[in-house]
Write a protein that binds this ligand. Sequence first.
Ligand SMILES: CC(C)(COP(=O)(O)OP(=O)(O)OC[C@H]1O[C@@H](n2cnc3c(N)ncnc32)[C@H](O)[C@@H]1OP(=O)(O)O)[C@@H](O)C(=O)NCCC(=O)NCCS
Length: 174
Amino acid sequence: MVLAASSLAPGALLVALSRFATASEAKLLLPFVATTADIPALAELSLGAFGEEALSAATFRQRIFRGNALAFGLRHREGIVAYLLLYLHRRTLRAYIHEALVVAPWRGRRLSACLLAAAEGVASAVGMATLSAHVRASNTPSLQGKLRLGMVIVGRPPAWYTDREDAFYLRQRL
Ligand SMILES: CC(C)(COP(=O)(O)OP(=O)(O)OC[C@H]1O[C@@H](n2cnc3c(N)ncnc32)[C@H](O)[C@@H]1OP(=O)(O)O)[C@@H](O)C(=O)NCCC(=O)NCCS
């Protein structure tokens, strides 16, 4: 299932780029599915953005290569500019967005909309029943992007994060 999803992700990202990014931005960006070689860069980006909640290189490696998750994203000649880590639970048919990131200079250009649309597309294509995610209550851009995709808030777990901030729990039927 993850193998099928990983082969679908670059195409889904290209379709999403043509929908959400400008033509000149789309030309500069190359969809990728993470391999072992990308893990140090992903872990570094995660640490910079998420601090003590970041995923370590070991966790990325374990999640991706244990076969229940894939990381995919967009690369510029300077390096990775956006990625999303997607879990695909074979038994429950639930897909879960664990982490999504757009590097600061590329924010506000709908790249997260590209990642989310690709996540929705691949999860649906491999037969997942739902797509869900947690978002910090204060993270308006992340919340907005997911609501715009069609996810709905189905819960507000209190003190979900290590600093005790609440989360919104969002879900969408596929
Ligand atoms: C959250 C994040 C991925 C959004 O990426 P992005 O490519 O800049 O997002 P988009 O350009 O697709 O914008 C998403 C939505 O947020 C809105 N938005 C963007 N910046 C905003 C801001 N500072 N305040 C309010 N809304 C904002 C956009 O208008 C858009 O909403 P719309 O579709 O209704 O117009 C990015 O800010 C990021 O990587 N942040 C740090 C890591 C993080 O918080 N990840 C998410 C949790 S895992």
